[in-house]
Write a protein that binds this ligand. Structure first.
Ligand code: SIN
Length: 357
């Protein structure tokens, strides 16, 4: 594994040097997931559109699957300028001094993607990106993955079923509190290490959207998955600030347009990728998939919702209030639309509530 990483690094330096000699601007885009996930596909889409719109002035090199850097290392690499672009999950911004991003980790805060998109694309998203300015990082956009599901080697129906389980989490204090509230024992671990840790029993379970679960082959090493939709996993696409500010204005405009197109594509495919991945997990038959009943979901919510209050001082009560208000507004609009006679209803939104699995 280490040798492979060194080989990739040497290869990356070789490719980049040749391109730099040809006078191109190089964007190294490093990420930790598989190419056939929503993030992996969108990174490739950004590459295609960016290279086309800049007429070859920019070359984008995408390095998936932690080939260059793992979770924490990749953020340091961006800040030092070793790579130019990343899309870390929103749970990974706390350790770089931006704990407000943990808003997106709060269990059961976001009932649907429409609410998420309004929050990300509105004032809350702008406030969050402003926090990055002093850290040598510029935020460009938010990408989806999807709602997270719990997995382990035992059935998890009641919240109490997680008691005593060692659960891998990302480096987020909210996720730590979430697992503790469930009586589990949270273990922070890089994404690239999760499969082996599950296989060797270093941890008993984890949480992820199904697209990550399936593309990392976690279904081979997890007997049970509960469709709990208890939390969300999304991304912020970020660039090195000096690099971005130093680009010729016309190049930056083209890259901004390319990112807009990649974002529309990403948000369009994310839910479908997760639905397809779930079908594949079920077809593989190695993991039993269980969906919480309404009563069980209420039991999980009773345990997890108090975390919102506990984290007001860390995340900001205003941000949590704003997200809750947006959720209520979306619910009202959806109820109004549902009560209208069929002929006057607008076409269904692509970002409606997640499918109840
Ligand atoms: C990712 O989707 O980028 C990784 C998420 C994780 O670390 O669980």
């Amino acid at each position: 594994m280490k040798l492979r990483a060194i080989a990739m690094f040497v290869l990356a330096i070789g490719i980049s040097s040749a391109a730099q000699a040809a006078g191109e601007i190089i964007i190294k885009f490093s990420h930790v997931v598989a190419p056939d996930t929503p993030k992996g596909q969108a990174a490739e889409r950004f590459k295609q559109v960016a290279e086309k719109l800049t007429k070859g002035k920019v070359k984008v090199e995408v390095y998936p699957n932690s080939q260059l850097y793992k979770d924490r290392e990749e953020i340091e690499a961006l800040q030092s300028g070793a790579v130019q672009m990343l899309a870390p999950s929103l749970s990974k911004f706390g350790p770089m001094g931006a704990p407000e991003f943990q808003l997106f980790d709060l269990p059961y805060l976001f009932p649907n993607q429409e609410t998420l998109h309004r929050v990300m694309d509105g004032d809350v998203g702008k406030k969050l990106f402003a926090k990055l300015d002093t850290k040598g990082v510029t935020g460009l956009t938010f990408w989806d993955n999807g709602f997270k599901q719990m997995s382990s080697n035992k059935p998890m129906h009641a919240a109490a079923d997680l008691k005593g389980l060692k659960m891998r989490i990302q480096s987020s204090k909210v996720l730590n509190a979430q697992m503790k509230a469930l009586g589990a024992n949270p273990q922070v671990m890089a994404f690239s290490e999760v499969y082996t840790a599950l296989q060797q029993g270093v941890v008993d379970g984890t949480e992820n959207p199904v697209s990550n679960f399936y593309t990392q082959k976690m279904h081979e090493v997890q007997k049970h998955m509960t469709i709990s939709n208890h939390g969300y996993l999304g991304y912020a696409v970020i660039v090195n600030k000096n690099f971005w500010d130093g680009l010729p204005a016309d190049v930056r405009t083209s890259l901004t347009q390319a990112m807009k197109e990649a974002t529309a594509f990403e948000r369009d495919v994310a839910q479908k990728d997760n639905d397809d991945a779930l079908a594949q997990v079920i077809a593989a038959k190695s993991t039993t998939v269980y969906t919480l009943t309404a009563a069980e979901r209420a039991d999980w919510q009773k345990v997890l919702l108090p975390i919102q209050k506990d984290f007001e001082s860390v995340i900001g009560a205003d941000l949590i209030l704003s997200a809750n208000a947006t959720a209520a507004q979306v619910a009202k609009e959806q109820a109004d639309a549902a009560s209208k006679p069929a002929a006057s209803k607008p076409a269904a939104s692509k970002t409606a509530a997640p499918a109840k699995k």
